[in-house]
Design a binder for this molecule. Structure first.
Ligand code: LMR
Length: 329
């Protein structure tokens, strides 16, 4: 922790150093919880490279993957304290800070990648990022991982009876907890870095995640029944400690913004590609059972989940929802 503080302090020394004609390197610690070879891990590295290049090495972004600095339950507090300067938690984890972000956890919110892109890069994305500002966070972008799939240890998850009585690992989000209760399951919050150990100890029977997380962390080895349901979306709020951001010279802020825009465009393509490719790799394992939800089954799931929309609207109004669902003509 001392080392981290030192770096942060160095970052804040920029002005003094400039007055003395010295240009000290600015170091940004970027902590995240997933593997390096994932949509978020690769985007973080790409962003680091672009920032370094665009600032001629003046800014260095050091990426810490796999929750090696902070687990997902700790990283937002670490950012607010200024122990790290950047994180990219999934939307569900932001809901603890800003409950309205639950809108992004509503099942079947997005039909396809086009919907995702329009929402993340458009006006809704801007509104969501602006909400972070009030919490002392500079929201930089929304990154993508992919559509979530259902998986279980014991049986295929297709009909509602299949879910009954099973324990499901979830991220901390009220909408997701309710989603599993509507299916007759029992949701339990487990942080991402504990999933593997919990699986070894049979602490839960099922979960939802993207193919890239399922593949890179080997969850499929324990839970061979995968339903391609594309029912939810896993994305990330890329954020920076606000006072750190404000301490940066304007030209550096500009370069960081450019690097983030380029990375975000790349991340959308890469995440789609990676989930498709890794599904093929998982399919090659003989013990894996993959079931693709039919259009009819999907309709049944959508109907089952409709109370989630009513509840959300009751709590937060329908403005954001309407804007997301509004298709471009
Ligand atoms: C999860 O907890 O399953 C995900 O949010 C992990 C991640 O950051 O992709």
């Amino acid at each position: 922790a001392l080392l981290l503080k030192q770096h942060f302090w160095n970052g804040n020394m920029v002005y003094d150093d400039e007055q003395r004609g010295l240009k000290k390197q600015i170091v940004i610690y970027f902590s995240h919880v997933v593997a390096e070879n994932t949509p978020k891990g690769l985007a973080a590295q790409k962003f680091a490279e672009l920032v370094e290049k665009k600032t001629n090495g003046r800014v260095k972004v050091e990426v810490f993957p796999n929750g090696s600095l902070y687990s997902d339950g700790e990283e937002i507090d670490a950012l607010l304290r200024g122990d790290v300067q950047m994180i990219a938690p999934s939307f569900s984890k932001v809901t603890e800070l800003i409950p309205e972000w639950q809108v992004l956890d509503l099942p079947f919110l997005f039909q396809d990648y086009h919907d995702v892109e329009r929402t993340f890069t458009g006006d809704v994305g801007k509104q969501l990022l602006a909400m972070l500002d009030e919490k002392g966070i500079k929201g930089l972008a929304l990154w993508s991982n992919g559509f979530k799939q259902m998986m279980s240890t014991t049986r295929p998850l297709v009909h509602f009876d299949d879910f009954r009585g099973l324990r499901f690992r979830i991220m901390p989000s009220e909408v997701i907890a309710r989603q599993f209760r509507l299916l007759g399951g029992d949701p339990i919050v487990v942080s991402f870095d504990h999933i593997y150990r919990s699986l070894e100890k049979h602490e839960f029977d099922g979960q939802e995640n993207t193919i890239s997380n399922i593949y890179s962390k080997g969850f499929y080895k324990f839970q061979p029944y995968i339903t391609i349901s594309n029912h939810g979306y896993l994305g990330y709020a890329v954020m920076m400690n606000k006072s750190f951001w404000e301490s940066l010279p304007k030209d550096i802020q500009q370069k960081i913004t450019e690097a983030m825009q380029e990375t975000t465009v790349w991340n959308l393509q890469q995440s789609k590609r990676q989930n498709e490719e890794e599904l093929k790799k998982i399919e090659q394992n003989k013990h894996i059972h993959i079931y693709k939800l039919s259009a009819e089954e999907k309709k049944q799931w959508e109907q089952r989940f409709s109370p989630l929309y009513d509840q959300f609207t009751k709590e937060f109004g329908d403005k954001l929802l309407r804007e997301i669902k509004q298709k471009e003509k």
